[in-house]
Design a protein around this ligand. Structure first.
Ligand code: PAF
Length: 283
């Protein structure tokens, strides 16, 4: 696997690959890779001749009080993991390479319809940062398709909408959330938790499954169910962020007529803000 740090060098390399008629798959990441990321690489390898992954901790998607400075950087391990799992090219640019004109005045990409609710309400500006960097990475890599994890359900919706609205010629592929044996969604942020907290963390997905059972059992008082789920999480030691029962298509509050639902949830556990979701259809 080749590691490339500069946009011009990556473009040179990919130009020849594209001219040879090869299909390019792209897996953007912020590094600190785990099995969840590797499942994205495996998915990309199924469909691409060449898989490019990126590691870039994007400052634009972190709020002032968030963990940008402490975000784990494990480049050597990540390189080994990507190489062992068949990735062909790693692109890992510096902040200066990505934002040469400085931050705060860079061109931005907004997806207003989907960015200001759920995680976007708790993390103002986060999805603007994501949409901007992903648009930029698509412009640099020009992949045939790009693969994202479904754990970040809202992020995936924002990226799909951004790609459609800007008519970008990139197919977006979502891969189901990778979980440990107890159901906990794999996340770089799990690394902030001790063993006891890791055990408690499994209650997040357990609570989503409990909610799903209530809904499938006929309970359609969604506000009361959301409150009960938040309470259940608090009783287990989480601090409340949100639990929302939504329509899958627009991520709006679900009503009794919606059949395709997704429960989106975020909660703070000790040092980590954890998110998870559960999508399902009634009938
Ligand atoms: O999901 C992530 O790791 C990041 O939000 C992404 C998509 C790589 C953009 O920085």
């Amino acid at each position: 696997m080749e590691t490339i740090y500069e946009i011009a060098a990556l473009r040179d390399e990919l130009k020849n690959i594209r001219m040879a008629g090869k299909k390019i798959g792209f897996v953007p990441t912020m590094g600190n890779l785990h099995e969840g990321h590797i499942s994205l690489v495996h998915e990309a390898l199924k469909q691409a001749d060449i898989v490019v992954s990126s590691i870039f901790v994007n400052p634009l998607q972190f709020g002032a009080n968030e963990d940008l400075d402490n975000y784990p950087k494990t480049l050597e391990n990540d390189q080994q993991l990507l190489e062992d799992n068949g990735c062909h090219i790693l692109f890992t640019p510096s902040v200066k390479e990505m934002y040469p004109n400085g931050q705060g005045i860079e061109t931005i990409v907004e997806v207003p319809a989907l960015s200001n609710t759920h995680c976007g309400a708790s993390r103002p500006g986060h999805f603007r940062g994501v949409a901007t960097v992903v648009t930029k990475l698509f412009g640099i890599v020009q992949p045939d398709f790009a693969v994202f994890g479904m754990k970040d359900f809202q992020q995936l919706a924002v990226i799909r909408r951004m790609t459609a609205d800007l008519s970008l010629p990139v197919e977006i592929i979502g891969v189901p959330t990778a979980r440990n044996s107890k159901g906990l969604a794999l996340s770089s942020r799990n690394g902030y938790l001790d063993n006891e907290q890791l055990d408690i963390a499994t209650q997040l997905f357990a609570t989503l499954n409990w909610l799903k059972e209530q809904i499938e059992g006929g309970d359609s008082d969604y506000s009361a169910l959301e409150e009960a789920a938040n309470k259940r999480l608090e009783d287990n030691g989480f601090s409340r962020d949100y639990v929302h029962i939504c329509s899958q298509s627009e991520l709006l509050p679900a009503n009794e007529n919606d059949q395709d639902l997704v429960i989106l949830a975020a909660a703070q556990l000790g040092p980590a803000r954890l998110i998870d979701n559960l999508a399902f259809s009634l009938s």
